[in-house]
Design a protein around this ligand. Structure first.
Ligand code: ADP
Ligand code: ADP
Length: 223
């Protein structure tokens, strides 16, 4: 479970987050939905530790991580424009986090093979990022984020740069991945259809505040 309490963040006079409190249950795929500029990315980056809050706390799995550095928060992060290591193969990109943690070679090989199969990239081990499509690259980014068994997976408009058909495919694919891996996932999107399609829960943001939180049915199918 992720618990954000009383989170505020201003840039100059502008309140990007205005006293936001939100509970994200463990194992869910929760979407942060709202128009551009509503504070979604600031909230996600605050959970990641990439922004320093002016006020408020971030607790993950019972640990207060508010002042803990990003790399010690047990999170995986995928951005819209994923920066892969261009000179490394798909395999080495996915293995990166395990290699720097000096995991045994056999364990790394097994894990990378498993992940590449889960994300539908088995057979692409020896390609370079430039030889992948945009959708394949984002799936590689997800495999890389998942390789170190993060407690939490944070996705900031991961499909935003892709065309509509590929986005729709990746959504279905993210849903299946989540059903398999069950890692607590927070997805930032401005696309209502995307949120309705993949999320168990949706938090709607507007002007730095949370307007509504609920499952897709209770938010949008009420009579
Ligand atoms: P969203 O993800 O919903 O589009 P953001 O969280 O990225 O919204 O941004 C919320 C508001 O905060 C926007 O108006 C944006 O211009 C502003 N903002 C975000 N980051 C910065 C920054 N580093 N400096 C100044 N303003 C920022
Ligand atoms: P730095 O001086 O580089 O910001 P710190 O050790 O102070 O490094 O913080 C490590 C990380 O934790 C930073 O990414 C920072 O954004 C985050 N952090 C530290 N204190 C807070 C706080 N009170 N609220 C939110 N985030 C914080």
């Amino acid at each position: 479970m992720i618990t954000v309490t009383g989170a505020s963040k201003s840039y100059g006079d502008f309140a990007a987050l205005d006293d936001v409190s939100l509970e994200i249950p463990a194992g869910t795929l929760t979407a942060l939905l709202g128009p551009s500029g509503s504070g979604k990315s600031t909230l996600l980056r605050s959970i990641a530790g990439l922004e320093r809050l002016d006020a408020g706390t971030v607790v993950i799995g019972g640990r207060d991580l508010t002042a803990v550095a990003p790399q010690k928060r047990g999170i995986g992060f995928v951005f819209q424009h994923y920066a892969a290591f261009k000179h490394m193969t798909v395999r080495d990109n996915v293995a990166f986090g395990l290699s720097i943690r000096k995991r045994p070679k056999a364990e790394i090989a097994r894990k990378v093979d498993d992940l590449l199969e889960i994300v539908g990239l088995d057979g692409f081990q020896h390609r370079y990022p430039a030889q992948l499509s945009g959708g394949q690259r984002q799936r590689m980014a997800l495999a890389r984020a998942l390789a170190v068994d993060p407690e939490v997976l944070l996705l900031d408009e991961p499909f935003g740069a892709l065309d509509a058909k590929v986005r729709a495919d990746l959504r279905q694919w993210l849903r299946r991945l989540h059903d398999e891996v069950h890692v607590t996932t927070v997805l930032v999107t401005h696309d209502q259809e995307e949120a309705l399609d993949v999320a168990d829960r949706i938090a709607v943001l507007n002007k730095g505040r949370i307007e509504q939180v609920g499952d897709p049915v209770s938010l949008y199918d009420s009579p």
